[in-house]
Design a protein around this ligand. Structure first.
Ligand code: SF4
Ligand SMILES: [Zn+2]
Length: 130
């Protein structure tokens, strides 16, 4: 299988983003940055997703990023750890409920067509106050 062509710049940007996400996740674990309120609902969607990969007891959206740096997130997953991704209020799932690439990544639950935002708009998942 051939790898898609890419530039060193793109590789560096991808790796820098991953390092930034990992650092933010550590801050979130320490309580310094907020968790997304419905992260457990997101994480349970990942557990049922065919793109989910478990490596060394940890769940990832597709193969971990460093195993495949150049990827199409809608096909390969984004490579992020799913729990940390689910807890990040700025994150979205890369696919729709029909497993197509997302068309937009708008405000959470409102404009976004990703699998997570679609599911967390459902009344049985939304908290009573939402
Ligand atoms: S973020 Fe989306 S594509 Fe990735 S494992 Fe979770 S549900 Fe699947
Ligand atoms: Zn979304």
């Amino acid at each position: 299988m051939s790898m898609p062509a890419t530039s060193p710049t793109r590789l560096l940007i991808t790796l820098a983003r991953a390092a930034g996400k990992a650092a933010t996740s550590k801050f979130r674990g320490a309580g310094w940055t907020p968790e997304y309120d419905l992260w457990a609902a997101r994480a349970s969607i990942c557990e049922r997703c065919p793109l989910q990969v478990v490596k060394c007891g940890k769940s990832y959206c597709g193969q971990p990023l460093l195993r495949r740096v150049i990827r199409d997130p809608a096909v390969d997953g984004c490579g992020c750890p799913t729990i940390a991704k689910a807890k990040d209020p700025t994150e979205h799932c890369p696919i729709t409920p029909r497993h197509e690439p997302t068309a937009m990544q708008g405000p959470h639950r409102i404009g976004c067509d990703c699998k997570w935002c679609d599911a967390t708009r459902q009344p049985q998942i939304l908290p009573a106050a939402a």
